[in-house]
Design a protein around this ligand. Structure first.
Ligand code: ADP
Length: 255
């Protein structure tokens, strides 16, 4: 499928919480058809930056744009409508919801971890349901869960729930897919399966930004890596460059 990713540009973004400068003039570009990974030690500002892109926090300074759209200063639902989709580590999937309906709910979700809230809104959209089903199935194919569409979503093992969450995020046709620690808690096989799906999203033209602790996964998956430390970008480049950067190794891996 053609995912029509858009270019994300973050420039000069700063954010302080009280006297704590969580982000200090951070810049980042994520291109369509690429996986951009955001890494760094705990407390380096990764989550703050994600929350800023999603409109949960307002930046003290700087600009955030997706394609020609200015995201800075917009509320989370407006950012979502502008094409930013984000996965949640523990989506709140109520019992009794099928995999297909859970993915469908992504058509109407706006930055909410609550699948129930979105599912409850489905009947109002009856007129467009045929298209929605087709799109949901297309994304289930992409993540390899099509054969499970009638299964109960909460009953899936964690690895498959994460894939479902990726499909749910993609079904709205986002210009930008933000993946927040999607591999955490997965075993090696599950993480490898997820990485394959993320590569497919990338190869289909999606713009993917990944926040991930698993350094090996990042090295194997990312086209471009941005390293944060204490609220600043201390290095960026290809996995090869990052792996050989002594500063990154000492800051990030503490060696
Ligand atoms: P990371 O995701 O890289 O672990 P965070 O973005 O969570 O880092 O945190 C960056 C810094 O900002 C930390 O010093 C953290 O304590 C602080 N911080 C993050 N969110 C808040 C908040 N809502 N209120 C106060 N301080 C925060």
């Amino acid at each position: 499928p053609d995912l029509r990713g858009e270019k994300l540009k973050v420039a000069g973004v700063a954010k302080a919480f009280g006297g704590n400068q969580a982000l200090d003039t951070v810049g980042l570009i994520a291109e369509p058809g690429q996986v951009t990974a955001l890494i760094g030690p705990n407390g380096s500002g990764k989550t703050t930056l994600l929350n800023m892109i999603c409109g949960f926090y307002r930046a003290d300074a700087g600009t955030i744009t997706l394609g020609a759209k200015n995201l800075e200063g917009r509320a989370p639902h407006a950012v979502a409508r502008s094409g930013v989709a984000r996965t949640f580590q523990t989506p709140n999937i109520p019992p009794g919801i099928t995999v297909l309906d859970a993915v469908m709910s992504g058509r109407f979700a706006t930055h909410s971890a609550s699948v129930l809230e979105a599912v409850l809104r489905l009947p109002r959209y009856r007129r467009v349901r045929r298209d929605d089903f087709a799109e949901a199935r297309r994304m289930l194919d992409l993540v390899g869960l099509r054969h499970l569409e009638a299964s109960e979503a909460v009953a899936l093992p964690l690895g498959q729930r994460r894939l479902l969450e990726v499909a749910r995020s993609l079904v709205a046709g986002p210009g930008l897919l933000l993946l927040d620690e999607v591999a955490s808690g997965l075993d090696e096989d599950e993480a490898a399966g997820l990485a394959d799906v993320i590569r497919k999203v990338r190869d289909a033209g999606g713009t993917v930004v990944l926040v991930e602790h698993n350094f090996q996964l990042v090295l194997s998956l990312a086209d471009h890596i941005v390293v944060l430390a204490q609220g600043r970008v201390i290095a960026e480049g290809t996995p090869d460059m990052i792996e050989r950067d002594p500063r990154v190794m000492s800051e990030y891996l503490g060696t």
